[in-house]
Write a protein that binds this ligand. Sequence first.
Ligand code: GDP
Length: 375
Amino acid sequence: MSGEINRPEWVPENSGSEFTTYVMEGVTVDENSSTAPNLSFVRKTKLTVDDYVDGILSQNITVLSKAITLIESNSQTHIETAQQVLQKILPHSGKSVRIGISGPPGAGKSTSIEALGYYLCKQGLKVAVLAIDPSSTLTKGSILGDKTRMELLSREKNAYIRPSPSAGTLGGVARKTRETILACEAAGYDVILIETVGVGQSEITVRSMVDFFLLILIPGSGDELQGIKKGVVEISDMIAINKADGDNIQYANLTKSAYQQAVGMLQSATDGWKTLVKTFSALEHKGIADIWTDINSFVDLTKLNGAFEERRQSQVLFWVQSMLEEELKSRFYNSSVISDLKPRIDVEVLRGEITPTNAVSLLLGKYFEKYNSST
Ligand code: GDP
């Protein structure tokens, strides 16, 4: 190692021995030698839009993963390329059954996804597992981050497991997941399972992108005690009480009756479908086939009564609407005229010098004045 010339470019000039990092010189490989690895694919790090499209449509997992990485990127060029890819694969998407799976931590979501996913693979179906995890923005991916939790499923060649995108607002993560669903569908996945924890806003977001919503609970009383918000029961198409095994069976049946009574008093989440309450054991793979039979009945019924297509249509329009609102909001708050003016107006509102309604009119007026003068 020969001193200065091999130091990284970020090391300040004239610095001393406190910076101990060095850049190693690369190794030159004779590409014609028989021991040189075949680097042709790796070398082509920058795929074209058509490379992505062809790779996805020919069900190439490596290209699908790269496309999802592109979808998850926040860089403007990546976003533009991802949109061109998505535009081209759009006609090949939409054919899967999209299933949201929620429940409190420890209810057995991962175990259930593994059991259901494994069962579906054995039925000859291709399964993609995605996640929306609001906590991952802080903790860098707590659900599905640890793939060993789905060891059985991850060995199946027809299963694709992708951890939650770990940065951004819930709105941003939702966009990425929706687009990832489209990519997985174009790559031939028949069933998309989307996991989320049932304790916040994220399950409402997942509900807005799936056909069927499955809530997993454990034997025990009341949803408040299970840390589940009341609204989550109302958006569910099935409540499945897990861990109905060993000494728990009786207790699970009692919980089932309690929830059956409770959902009887609620409006169902989907037109024409009565929310089901079931017991099962993910660990023992018991009741999994029944859950899938019920999901199939749901799909048949809602396709027949129109609720399936109606929901898909309102979901895509809701997606446009929410992105539009988010974009407008961010442009407004990020404009220099608003970031300069708003703190002053806030003070005036607090001092009682201007009414809140007039403050809003003034801010909007200034924003559009600036906007119109610059267009
Ligand atoms: P998650 O946090 O909801 O994803 O829950 P996990 O799938 O990680 O499961 C939490 C714990 O419950 C683990 O120790 C599992 O082994 C256990 N568990 C999951 N399903 C069952 C089940 O059907 N029966 C029993 N007895 N335990 C289960």
